[in-house]
Write a protein that binds this ligand. Structure first.
Ligand code: RTP
Ligand code: MG
Length: 137
């Protein structure tokens, strides 16, 4: 089942020089294709749309501050079961709970600064792709 997903390399990943390491893991999966890729700074409006489901939660304001603390790398990835696949590569939200071998498990410690975002379902992917890459066909 070919799918399309949105991936963000968060500001901590960019600051720490982990762009190549993380994209390399995605690229090496057989049959997945990067169809868009851009370094960009996210506006408050974009973050409000993207993380709207978390508005009102205690971690929302610090999350938005963190996500606007530096540029992110936004990618669109296409391929077989890529939505579930990249969530697996990333590991659970809390990097300490994430197994070694996963991106968060290998490089993260802090829950907020967990390196990568990946859409968590087909519905989320569709919604998030419209926010970040509205003109992609
Ligand atoms: P993401 O949306 O960024 O891909 O991460 P996720 O699905 O694994 O986690 P989610 O529950 O959607 O949370 C979004 C992001 O908010 C930060 N967070 N901080 N307790 C906390 O301090 C807390 N909980 C979540 C993380 O950056 C998480 O990825
Ligand atoms: Mg999420």
């Amino acid at each position: 089942m070919t799918q399309r997903t949105l991936v963000l390399l968060k500001p901590d990943a960019v600051r720490r020089g982990l762009i190549g390491e993380i994209i390399g893991r995605i690229e090496r999966k057989a049959g997945w294709t990067i169809s868009a890729l851009e370094l960009r700074s996210l506006s408050q409006e974009t973050l409000e749309q993207h993380y709207g489901e978390h508005k009102g939660k205690p971690f929302y304001e610090p999350l938005v501050a963190f996500m606007s603390s530096g540029p992110v790398v936004a990618l669109v990835v296409d391929g077989e079961r890529v939505i579930e696949g990249i969530r697996q590569l990333a590991g659970p939200t809390d990097p300490i709970a994430a197994a070694p071998g996963s991106i968060r498990g290998d490089f993260g410690v802090i829950v907020r600064e967990n390196l990568i975002h990946a859409s968590d379902s087909e519905e989320s992917a569709e919604r998030e792709l419209k926010i970040f890459f509205p003109n992609l066909v």
